[in-house]
Design a protein around this ligand. Structure first.
Ligand code: PKZ
Length: 258
C-alpha cells in the first residue's frame, strides 16, 4: 500500500518536473534514434567482450522525463558519433553511444550455471526504478581513441540526500557506473577495488550533470580511471574521483574459455 502511494506521488512529482513536450524538443536526428535505436550504434557484441544476444531495451534512449538540457547534450554527443570524410560522406567517428540495459548478464549467451547463480528479479541498481525521470536518467558515450567516457546524467527526485540536493551515494554510484563502464570496455570484466571521491560542491536535485572519465593508466590487471562531475555547462566542479578497477576472470560463468 505504502509502495503504491509512493509510486503515485513520485509519478505526480515527475510529471511536474517534466515541463516539456518531447516531440517539440527533439530534433529530427533524435527522432531517428528513437525510432531505431540500434541503427547507428555498433552491435554490442562488437563493442565489448560480453557475449550478448537479442535486442534488450536500451534505457539510455531519450524519454519524456528528459529536460531540454538533457536532450540538448544527448544530441550534442550523439552528433559526434557520426563524422564526415572529405567527400561529405558519413563515417563512424571515435565516439560511440553506449547502450544501457537493466541487466547485463541476463542477455549473455551460454553459461549453464547462470540460471542457478542469478535470481530472476535482479536488476542493475541504476536501472531498477521503473518510473521515468524518478532516479537515474543517463546516457554514456565512449571515445575509444582518447580512452574517455562522458555521461550525461539527470538526477531525479528520488535521489535526495541533503534537502533539495543529490545524495552523495547516488553521485558515487554514477561515478562507479561510468568509470566502471570505461574500464570494462577497455579491459573486459572488472570489479571496483577502490573509489576515492571528493565532493566539492552540492548538486541541486533535478540537475543535469556531465560525468567525464578518463583512463589514467593500466598496470597489469589494474585499471586506474579519473573522473570529474561538473554542471552541464562545465563551469562548476561538483565532484572529483579516482578509481581502481581490477580485471577479473568470469569466463567460466559465461560458458566461455577461462
Ligand atoms: C566488457 C565490459 C562491458 C561493460 C558494460 C557494463 C555495463 C554495466 C555497467 C555497470 C558498471 C558498474 C560497475 C560497478 C562495479 C562494482 O561496483 S563492483 C562491486 C564493488 N567491488 C567489489 O565488490 C570488489 C571486491 N573486491 C574483490 O573482489 C577483489 O579484492 C578484487 C578487487 C577483484 C581484487 O582481487 P584480486 O583479483 O584477487 O586481485 P589481487 O591479486 O588481490 O590484486 C591485484 C592488484 O590490485 C591491487 N589491489 C587490489 N585491491 C586494491 C585496493 N583496494 N587498493 C589498492 N590496490 C588494490 C593489488 O595490490 C594488486 O596489485 P599488484 O600487486 O598487481 O601491483
Amino acid at each position: 500500500m505504502l509502495g503504491h502511494i509512493a509510486r503515485r506521488l513520485g509519478h505526480q512529482m515527475s510529471n511536474g518536473l517534466k515541463g516539456m513536450n518531447l516531440p517539440h524538443v527533439l530534433t529530427k536526428e533524435t527522432h531517428r534514434h528513437l525510432q531505431s535505436p540500434f541503427d547507428t550504434i555498433c552491435p554490442v557484441s562488437m563493442m565489448s567482450l560480453w557475449p550478448f544476444s537479442g535486442k534488450p531495451q536500451d534505457f539510455s534512449q531519450p524519454n519524456s522525463s528528459w529536460s531540454p538540457e538533457m536532450v540538448r547534450l544527448y544530441e550534442h554527443y550523439n552528433a559526434l558519433c557520426d563524422a564526415e570524410n572529405e567527400n561529405g560522406e558519413k563515417k563512424r567517428g571515435p565516439w560511440r553511444k553506449l547502450p544501457s540495459y537493466d541487466r547485463t548478464i541476463k542477455y549473455a549467451t551460454g553459461g549453464v550455471h547462470l540460471s542457478k547463480l542469478v535470481q530472476a528479479k535482479a536488476r542493475l541498481f541504476t536501472r531498477c526504478i521503473e518510473e521515468e525521470g524518478a532516479a537515474f536518467e543517463y546516457v554514456a558515450f565512449l571515445n575509444k581513441v582518447e580512452k574517455t567516457c562522458v555521461c550525461v546524467f539527470q538526477a531525479g527526485h528520488l535521489l535526495e540526500g541533503a534537502p533539495g540536493h543529490l545524495h552523495g551515494g547516488a553521485i558515487a554510484t554514477m561515478i562507479d557506473t561510468v568509470t566502471g563502464t570505461l574500464a570494462g570496455y577497455l579491459s573486459g570484466p572488472v570489479m571496483t577495488a577502490y573509489l576515492n571521491t571528493n565532493y566539492r560542491s552540492p548538486v541541486p536535485l533535478g540537475s543535469v550533470l556531465l560525468i567525464h572519465c578518463a583512463l589514467d593508466r593500466i598496470e597489469g590487471k589494474k585499471i586506474f580511471v579519473n573522473c570529474k562531475v561538473t554542471s552541464s555547462d562545465e563551469s562548476k566542479l561538483h565532484t572529483e574521483a579516482a578509481a581502481l578497477f581490477v580485471s577479473i576472470n568470469i569466463g567460466p560463468l559465461f560458458g566461455t574459455q577461462s
